[in-house]
Write a protein that binds this ligand. Structure first.
Ligand SMILES: Nc1ncnc2c1ncn2[C@@H]1O[C@H](COP(=O)(O)OP(=O)(O)OP(=O)(O)O)[C@@H](O)[C@H]1O
Length: 260
């Protein structure tokens, strides 16, 4: 029997790898405006692991995230979510896969202002015509500490609370993988630390897989591993990172760019 690529997340359908990219290259523009944002990047995101993606500004972090999440199409190379290769899907199938198998958290919280927190969290499943898994939803809502705020609209919530709603929305479908692009970029350090704690708890306690782009060594310190991009290439990797070790590694990029 072939595994259903749209089935809810289970260990059996992903056999340890939540997502992977092979030979990923992305070229933007043509002629003088041509920029190679990603240059032959191959990477595996293991199930139940929290990965931070770091590197100097313009090195291709967001492009990697967007290509890996099926929001952008690579110039060459392939991406798999679980066992499904994105390049084999038509637009409708890709939209469905993004909705059902991938969670997104962006710097801007991207909540719908007219909906309550709970309605925002369950919107993707409502669009899909599915009832949310109540037990899972309760766990997610409790984890991000929103139980008393579910009837509030975004304008009645702080930035940190709004991002918690966005994290709960990303986790609500029990996705194969959550992609977060600078999730703490709009938050003060206390709210940012809370959101990072929730992302880490979703990995540790709920077995989720998270990939996060960040500029912040403290944020990267919440991850299980950090991968470093430079000029569109994967140049280093660190397991069990601490903010100090990440900062030291980032300083080496600064030195390099000052001397090159
Ligand atoms: N749509 C686009 N058209 C042309 N060039 C682009 C486009 N998107 C990104 N680029 C270029 O590709 C390179 C990588 O951009 P990307 O946004 O992935 O980097 P980044 O590491 O996320 O940067 P930052 O840390 O500043 O957000 C940059 O040189 C950028 O200018």
């Amino acid at each position: 029997m072939t595994a259903d690529p749209f089935a809810p997340h289970t260990a059996a359908t992903t056999s340890g790898t939540a997502a992977s990219a092979s030979g990923l290259t992305k070229v933007h523009g043509t002629g003088d405006a041509r920029v190679t944002a990603l240059d032959d990047v191959s990477i595996t995101f293991r199930q139940g692991e929290f990965t931070a993606v770091m590197g100097p500004s313009g090195c291709g972090k967001s492009t990697l995230l967007h290509c890996a999440a099926g929001l952008d199409t690579p110039t060459s190379g392939s991406v798999r979510i679980g066992t499904t290769e994105l390049g084999t899907l038509d637009d409708r199938e890709l939209t469905r896969l993004r909705r059902d198998r991938i969670g997104f958290v962006f710097q801007a919280f991207n909540l719908l202002p007219t909906l309550t927190a709970l309605e925002n969290i369950t919107l993707p499943s409502a669009i899909a015509g599915r009832r949310p898994d109540r037990e899972w939803l309760d766990q997610v809502v409790a984890m991000v500490g929103l139980s008393g705020r579910l009837g509030h609209r975004p304008a009645q919530l702080s930035g940190g609370q709004q991002q918690r709603v966005a994290v709960a929305r990303a986790l609500a479908s029990r996705p194969a993988i959550v992609f977060a692009d600078e999730p703490t970029g709009n938050l003060d350090s206390r709210s940012g630390a809370e959101v990072l704690g929730f992302l880490r708890d979703s990995v540790r306690d709920l077995g989720q897989t998270v990939v996060m782009v960040t500029h912040d060594p403290s944020a990267a310190g919440y991850a299980d591993r950090v991968v470093f991009l430079c000029d569109g290439r994967l140049v280093d990797e660190m397991t069990r990172p601490t903010p100090d070790r990440v900062l030291d590694r980032m300083k080496a990029f600064d030195t390099r760019s000052r001397t090159s």
